[in-house]
Design a protein around this ligand. Sequence first.
Ligand code: OGA
Ligand code: ZN
Length: 382
Amino acid sequence: MPTALAVSPAVVDTVRIAALAHTADRLTIRWSDGRESPYPAIWLADNRPDRRDRPDGQRLFDAIDLPDGIAIGSVAVSAEGSVEIHLTGFDTPARFDAAWLRAHALDPASRAERRRRPVLWGSSLALPAGDYAAVTSDGGARAAWLRQAYDHGFSLLRGVPAEPGMVCMVVELFGFVRETNYGRLFDVVAVDKPQNLAFTALSLGNHTDNPYRDPVPQLQLLHCLEAAAEGGESVVVDGFAAAERLRRETPDAFALLTRRAVPFRYVEPGKVDLRNRAPLIELDAEGDLAAVRYNNRSIAPFDLDPDEVGPFYDAYRRFGRLLHDPGLTVGFRLAPGDLFIVDNQRVLHGRRGFSAGRRWLQGCYADKDGLTSTLFSLEAAR
Ligand code: OGA
Ligand code: ZN
């Protein structure tokens, strides 16, 4: 039988502990907003604050060293609101901060709150943008710009000096350049003997970059140094919004794209031979979208059971049409000094063809850990 305790309120911002109950196996807290959060005994033992008191937050012990058959002996709330729990096999009670327990609660609503929810968008997106001078000089402006990139998978930055190399300087505001066979950065200009269709004046369909790499570059930045007089507009589309629409409208097509790997390849004879096999839509362990890959230039012949080729093409073409659907895409024109960042595992970019005038972009890649680490550190410091 659970042991119920009436307790004096412990303040967690505005949410307080209303009641506690426990069995040997678990503690249950009822919060003042009605939420009920269970905490299994072994989880409490493993997360005892006195086992993680190093200033860097790293733990000194391993779960394999926990005693077997941990049970909750008694529970009390202290005057200042912390929860004191006697666990079998330990000499001293564990003292948990109520706010910490709320922040790490295991009930479905609390777990859902901690899950990342990307902000999906379509053609009506008002393009998020930061200002270079503000982002370089002010942590709040930098966090706001990175937050847009994190939530939308896309953000513009205006007023970047239109000078070569600046795209790497922008990466260094939050992370580290990911160098590849194209260099630390690459020039996107039309040349006579292009190694890659990007280096022509042709239009580029919406794509993610470099799906032939493992790991794929997670972020891409493109910085405009010179804009063509005619054409060359950029296009972006939220691949997650398109994938969620596919999941809603044709769940079988969606499932097929998540369950079959396709080959991607990029070759410069004698020099470069990059290959990867991966699904066009990748899910995480919880079934949420983790990544999309789409690149008509580097997708290689499908390696599938012949009976599956027809349904796979149906699904692939359906996804491809969604990724070019005017209701989902956003077009804009980069002026010299404009830069954009995309989450290359979510947002596709493309460009219209161009004719008159010189056009010069510089691009480079980076990874998301630098972005998220800088973002979360700046936000936590405010
Ligand atoms: C690229 C690319 C787009 C552009 O270089 O990866 O997609 O606008 N370029 O030139
Ligand atoms: Zn590209």
